[in-house]
Design a protein around this ligand. Structure first.
Ligand SMILES: C[S@@+](CC[C@H](N)C(=O)[O-])C[C@H]1O[C@@H](n2cnc3c(N)ncnc32)[C@H](O)[C@@H]1O
Length: 265
């Protein structure tokens, strides 16, 4: 034993037990200390109560991410095995970047104390897509509507580029109590490039209590009670369609090879 601590940065998936990886579960089980935003700690209590029993647990509020990252590093530097948890994938709008930023500020490098392992998880885009069919089968772009850390002009440029490039567009953080107009502005930009009939899916609280799914169109996308901090919006590209409640972006095999998807003989 070299006295080094270990810091796991764990993506716990969108919400329920079956969407957590074995890797994530094993890391949490092995850890002496668990650190996370209170909602995610609650999800662990709900989903894997036995695996977090008798551990030191530190829950913090939503705006305390930087403190959380520093605290986790400090604990791990002291020789503990620590898991800092993020919903979905920890590397996608999650804690992994904050942990590495703090570590690199202190000139940490791989091999130093603590050992660091980022454990990927199922991100909201994949979880939400799975609930409605297969809308992300071709190139897609993920854009957050939150202008807290990224200026709105930059976000708008990204929306326009993705729309022009005919990417399927996945929108994270579409709306909050204070941020209400961004999703409608995004819709108006995308409508410059796409038909109002373009399929759109709104998925709220995927794989959590209160899960809701709504399929609509780009033209109809507007102020909607399903939109909020826990909603992901998926906007189809020019080939995406909805049939029998399934939203599909076809891979393109049928146009290239005259394949019939009527079952193999
Ligand atoms: C700060 S980002 C975190 C993303 C997370 N790290 C991931 O990989 O899924 C938060 C946004 O992710 C989306 N999101 C996270 N969990 C979700 C869920 N269970 N259902 C629908 N959307 C979700 C929402 O758009 C929310 O505003």
């Amino acid at each position: 034993m070299d006295g080094k601590g270990k810091l796991y940065v764990v993506g716990i998936g969108p919400g329920d037990f079956k969407n957590m990886t074995f890797w994530a579960m094993n890391a949490i089980e092995e850890s002496e200390v668990i650190i996370g935003y209170e909602t995610y700690i609650d999800l662990l209590r709900e989903n894997i109560p036995d695996k977090i029993k008798n551990k030191e647990i530190f829950e913090t509020g939503m705006t305390e991410e930087i403190d959380r990252a520093h605290f986790a590093i400090e604990k791990a530097r002291g020789g503990k095995i620590v898991s800092i948890v993020s919903s979905g994938d920890a590397g996608i709008y999650g804690m992994a970047a904050l942990v590495y930023e703090a570590l690199l500020e202190s000139d940490w490098k791989p091999g130093d104390n603590p050992d660091v392992e980022v454990i990927p998880g199922i991100t909201a885009a994949s979880a939400c897509a799975a609930l409605i069919g297969s809308p992300l089968s071709l190139d897609f772009a993920v854009i957050s509507m939150s202008d807290l850390l990224v200026p709105w002009e930059v976000i708008e440029k990204r929306i326009r580029s993705a729309a022009e490039g005919d990417f399927v567009i996945v929108i994270y953080n579409p709306k909050s109590k204070k941020r209400t107009w961004q999703i409608e502005r995004a819709r108006d930009i995308i409508l410059e490039y796409r038909s109002p009939d373009t399929p759109v899916a709104l998925i709220k609280s995927a794989f959590r209590e209160g899960q809701k799914v709504k399929i609509t169109t780009l033209g109809e996308l507007g102020d909607d009670s399903i939109l909020g901090m826990l909603t992901t919006v998926i906007i189809g590209n020019s080939t995406t369609f909805v049939k029998n409640s399934i939203m599909l972006t076809p891979r393109g095999y049928s146009s290239k090879y005259e394949v019939k998807f009527s079952g193999r003989k």
